[in-house]
Ligand binder design. Structure first.
Ligand code: 4FD
Length: 226
């Protein structure tokens, strides 16, 4: 999978070079290509934003650098082109699985008061929001989407890690414990030390149902009989 991230602030993406995503890129399992939109401006002073028509606060990112950048990266429109925006559809695990069907993803990060609507109308397939709040830019949301996708790319993390985690079956995950058996008076549940895998599975399923029903009744509806 290739993920192109379009931004005026490429240095914000240092975290993607670390840890699991860093290793995956070194091993060529995944390409995360951070692209500076400014490299595509036709303005002689390299300007990429301007005052909003109609007045108002802040600056608006110009359509031309964005359009030229997207056309250069994806001339045949094979990619899924996504704009990170508070006005987008809320990003959920289901969307991660949808996007995994694309070999090439483009994530456009807006700053200031957003981007010229014509860049969205002409070059974007969908808008995604990571939640109901406003940030200074789309960079953090783009990193969230890139990370969510990367962990499902073959070989990036072990398949067994993905099986039991929260949302994998629309439920929240059961609690985990490691050594020591006792810490500050709290002990690891006996069943997890029993070696009886049928009992362990049953306990984990029950814990998962309980925490999902209590914390996220919206997820739990209709799940009990599954
Ligand atoms: N909730 C999100 C995305 C971007 C963002 C921006 C218009 C502001 C939050 C377009 C206004 C982009 C999100 C940049 N804040 N800020 O996913």
């Amino acid at each position: 999978m290739r993920i192109d991230i379009l931004t005026l602030f490429p240095e914000m993406f240092a975290p993607l070079k670390e840890s699991i995503l860093g290793r995956a890129q070194k091993e060529n399992k995944l390409t995360i290509n951070v692209v500076n939109i400014r490299d595509y401006t036709e303005d002689k002073h390299l300007k990429c934003d301007d005052y909003p028509f109609g007045g108002g606060a802040g600056m608006v990112m110009m359509a031309q650098p964005i359009g030229s950048c997207i056309e250069a990266l994806d001339p045949g429109h094979g990619a899924r082109r996504i704009y990170m925006s508070p006005k987008g559809q809320t990003f959920r695990q289901q969307k991660v699985f949808e996007l995994l069907s694309y070999e090439h993803i483009i994530l456009l990060c807006g700053h200031y008061e957003g981007v010229d609507q014509r860049a969205i109308d002409l070059f974007i397939d969908e808008e995604i929001s990571i939640g109901d709040y406003v940030l200074t830019g789309g960079e953090l949301p783009a990193m969230v989407v890139a990370d969510c996708l990367a962990r499902y790319v073959d070989g990036v993390i072990s398949t067994s890690s993905l099986v039991d985690e929260s949302f994998s079956d629309g439920m929240l995950e059961y609690p985990q414990y490691t050594r020591p058996v006792e810490y500050r008076g709290l002990t690891v549940p006996e069943v997890l030390r029993s070696g009886n895998h049928a009992r362990i599975d049953a306990w984990r399923r029950e814990q998962s149902e309980e925490i999902t029903a209590r914390r996220r009744p919206d997820l739990f509806t209709g799940k009990k009989g599954k």
